[in-house]
Design a protein around this ligand. Structure first.
Ligand code: MLT
Length: 393
């Protein structure tokens, strides 16, 4: 063919981190078909959906099968009933969000990747280590990336101190994937103040906010000024077990303007062209999941995941292995023992214990020498992994 391709794709890794890990594990499994592998790698939930969520989805599916209640295309930005449920979820957490600022999505990943469509050629600031979607989607569109280094010295939480006053696009995730580090009130306020004062935009990934237990901010809109300088992108995947159902939301306040244009309007225009909305049964399921009763059930599941977290953290404490996360987060970010490199440690755990984790370096250069374990496996599997690691480490 003689057409041109998007040359920027030459600047990203050949495969996506979690596809790469899955491929390595499958290859190992082919060579060792009897290996009993415990997967604490990708952050994929394992507990089933609460009954009321399944019933809501079931009921909506039946409606689709009847002439009188059948529905065609959903509204591009989400049904009002789900936007109301999101608004009310925020209200219960103490935030007032306008219906018009809410966009229903098929999960945070899509919107985190797509948001670049409405932004120009800004300087991009991302944490290192980082959830690869922010990096890859910006490299794919030819943006220049700057890194906010996260390390033990800053508790994996960068600050805006020392940054210049030029406007920039800053991606923040709290509780963080992969490090589990969570901004407290003062730390997050410093970022919002900085963005507001410099005319910068924060893209805030709050996909793990439901795991916050220590009173840290659950939303960037904890700060009034964020209405003018922050977009929040979230997901029901981890909070409500929706990794296989697919539903999330993005909040773009109507107040945010750049180049005299409303970002909310630009996103509306983008979505109307490129997105046909989320299916009706899924939106009904999400409505049920975000209800007071639904959230009670979700929090019960989150508590069960925290039991797994505790098993892992207790082992690391016992072995004197440094880690961050695990407190407000399903992720435990540990330092590889004996100064091992991330991928060496990955191979070692897979071969000697049949335990899969995610090599820290897969999240960026600053992740070299670190390793991420998740608490999303079953309790039995987590216990099995911990018992094996206890003998090995
Ligand atoms: C992870 O393991 O980091 C997550 O599952 C990735 C995602 O949410 O897309």
């Amino acid at each position: 063919m003689k057409i041109k391709i998007n040359e920027n794709f030459k600047n990203i890794k050949e495969s996506y981190l979690f596809s790469d890990i899955a491929k390595r594990v499958n290859e190992y499994k082919k060579l060792n078909p009897n290996a009993d592998i415990v997967r604490l790698g990708i952050g994929d939930v394992t507990l089933s959906l609460p009954k009321l969520v399944v019933e809501a989805m079931e009921h909506a599916t039946l409606e689709m099968g009847s002439k009188d209640t059948f529905r065609g295309y959903p509204p591009e930005y989400g049904y009002d009933f789900l936007k109301e449920a999101i608004k009310s979820y925020y209200k219960r957490n103490g935030f007032d969000i306008d219906m018009d600022s809410i966009f229903v999505s098929d999960g945070a990943k899509s919107d985190l990747g797509n948001i670049v469509d409405i932004l120009g050629n800004n300087e991009i600031y991302i944490q290192n280590p980082v959830y690869p979607v922010y990096l890859d989607s910006n490299v794919m569109s030819g943006r220049h990336i700057n890194y906010l280094e996260c390390n033990e010295a800053n508790n994996f939480k960068p600050t805006p101190i020392g940054l210049d006053n030029e406007p920039k696009v800053i991606y923040l995730c709290s509780p963080n994937n992969p490090t589990g580090a969570t901004f407290n009130y003062e730390e997050l306020k410093a970022w919002v103040d900085y963005a507001y004062e410099t005319g910068s935009l924060i893209i805030y990934d709050s996909a793990y906010e439901a795991f916050i237990k220590d009173g840290s901010p659950k939303s960037i809109y904890t700060f009034e000024k964020a209405k003018y300088c922050a977009i929040e992108i979230s997901s029901l995947s981890k909070m409500a077990g929706f990794t296989g159902v697919r539903c999330g939301y993005t909040i773009i306040p109507t107040e945010i303007e750049a180049s005299n244009m409303s970002l909310n309007k630009l996103w509306k225009r983008r979505q109307a062209t490129k997105f046909n909305g989320v299916s009706y049964p899924v939106q009904r399921a999400a409505e049920a999941a975000l209800s007071e009763e639904g959230m009670k059930e979700n929090l019960k599941n989150i508590d069960l995941y925290f039991k797994n977290t505790k098993l892992i953290c207790d082992l690391l404490d016992k072995k004197n292995i440094f880690y961050s996360g695990g407190k407000n987060s399903p992720y435990i970010w540990l330092k590889c023992p004996n100064n091992m490199k991330s991928f060496d440690f990955f191979d070692y755990l897979l071969k000697e214990a049949g335990v899969v984790g995610t090599p820290g370096v897969g999240f960026g250069t600053a992740g070299e020498g670190y390793f991420r374990l998740t608490s999303f496996a079953s309790y039995e599997d987590t216990l099995k992994a911990v018992n094996r690691l206890e003998k090995l480490l």
